[in-house]
Design a protein around this ligand. Structure first.
Ligand SMILES: *Cc1c(COP(=O)(O)O)cnc(C)c1O
Length: 438
């Protein structure tokens, strides 16, 4: 299996190279050059397979011969070593709970898989790899946790001081050894800007072998297909595939679902559930992609005004079959999108808690409401929404909406007691550079 850049289809690299580079040198995103179709019997046998076995069979064609099977199986096992249950919320709506991993967010899956692949790829190399990443909250925790103790990889995470939730901050600043947290006196965009400058800086690149860990990386993007298969495994009415609603920001998650569907997973329809950041909704109406200033919302992990994975979405849909006709017809047939306001988010958290005793986080809430509205217009269908984070990660919104106090789950109590370790830094690339060249 080879990967091309969405900016240049003719320069092909292996899974190994795509993983280590993160983004293509021409600033495009790596995309699988062959249209993988999953083995037919995987769908029929699914219920008798373990999650590890399913994940292994899904990812194997994408890693090709870059990772030996035994090694790949153990990477996959460590990636999916927590439950991903499908829970009924109401008659026609089910929640796929992706928050039972170590940092209580779905990003654990991508981060765990990527960190272990990178660890494997640098194992016999003399050069240490430095992962440099800016986070607004969830990415950093998952990356810190995923890479902790991975040999040959040093991780440096920039986060905006005072702008992440208490649980998120502990997750960012309590991983040790090879993971370092830089607390930047600025906003997320400052952090991202500093990281960009580091990638462009000659001195830094002469000294360090830098790579990124954002959702652009194929090793983070592709394993997100796993749980779409796990959802189908738990879906009872196999004759009527589910509508799937995905809380979306940078569109990595939903693009993984679309790829799984293109490879043969039965899905009736996808909904890209968005907050006030409505770039995709506008695109589906007008056919024009217009990046915008980011709007801050309650579902802040989805506050993206210029979604990075958009070009992958186009690849998935616009790909023309060898025979010459359009592969999947128009995007609009298979994908809808919706924009949910903060007010609606708060109201639906309250309503779902009161009516169904189910606690949504703000991201899941956006997806739930989008699905609920879609199903009101499509009464024969049933659906799944992805619950991408544990409500405790967003206590203010959830407690205000419901009036209850959320208990911190036992699995993160330990982390709350650990001592925060971070290096305070001005929002200035010169300071970051000094640190990197230390
Ligand atoms: C990152 C994140 C999202 C958005 O995922 P994308 O792949 O960027 O669309 C949604 N919910 C939560 C909780 C997240 O952390």
């Amino acid at each position: 299996m080879r990967y091309y850049s969405t900016n240049n289809r003719s320069s092909l690299v292996s899974f190994r190279e795509a993983t280590i580079r993160g983004q293509a040198p021409d600033k495009g995103l790596y995309f699988p050059a062959s249209n993988i179709q999953i083995e037919r019997n995987l769908i029929h046998e699914m219920e008798s397979l373990t999650n590890e076995e399913i994940a292994f069979r899904v990812i194997k064609p994408y890693t090709g011969d870059t990772i030996p099977e035994e090694q790949l199986f153990s990477i996959v096992s460590e990636t999916v070593n927590f439950p991903i249950p499908l829970v009924k919320v109401k008659e026609n709506i089910f929640s796929l709970e992706l928050f039972h991993g170590p940092t209580l967010a779905f990003k654990d899956i991508g981060a765990r898989f990527m960190s272990r692949c990178m660890g494997y790829f640098v194992k016999n190399s003399s050069r240490k790899l430095t992962v440099l990443v800016a986070t607004s909250g969830d990415t950093g925790g998952a990356v810190a946790n995923g890479f902790e103790n991975v040999e040959g990889v040093e991780v440096i995470i920039l986060y905006p001081s005072g702008k992440v939730s208490p649980v998120q901050e502990k997750q960012l600043t309590t991983a040790r050894k090879n993971v370092h947290a830089l607390e930047v006196q600025g906003v997320f965009d400052d952090c991202q800007q500093m990281v960009k400058q580091a990638f462009a800086d000659k001195d830094v690149n002469n000294k360090l072998f830098l790579t990124s860990a954002n959702s652009i990386n194929v090793a983070r993007w592709l394993p997100q297909q796993f749980y779409y298969f796990f959802a189908y495994k738990q879906w009872l009415d196999k004759d009527h595939p589910p509508v799937i609603s995905v809380p979306s920001g940078n569109f990595g998650n939903i693009c993984a679902g679309l790829l799984a569907w293109r490879s043969g997973l039965p899905v009736k329809h996808f909904i890209a559930a968005c907050n006030a950041n409505d770039v995709l909704t506008e695109y589906l109406q007008t056919g024009i992609l217009r990046p915008k200033e980011t709007i801050a919302t309650l579902s802040n992990a989805m506050d993206v005004g210029d979604p990075g994975n958009f070009s992958r979405m186009l690849e998935i849909f616009m790909e023309t079959e060898p025979s010459g006709h359009q592969g999947f017809g128009s995007l609009n047939d298979h994908l809808s999108s919706s924009c949910i306001s903060d007010k609606e988010t708060m109201a639906i958290i309250k309503e779902v808690y009161q009516q169904f005793h189910y606690l949504l986080d703000p991201h899941g809430a956006v997806a739930f409401l989008s699905l609920d509205r879609y199903l009101a217009d499509h009464q024969k269908e049933k659906g799944i929404f992805l619950e991408t984070a544990h409500p405790v990660k967003f206590p203010e919104a959830v407690e205000t909406a419901t009036g209850i106090h959320i208990e911190i789950p036992s699995m993160i109590k330990d982390i709350m007691e650990k001592e925060k370790k971070s290096i305070l830094m001005k929002a200035d690339f010169k300071e970051l550079k000094k640190y990197l060249l230390r």
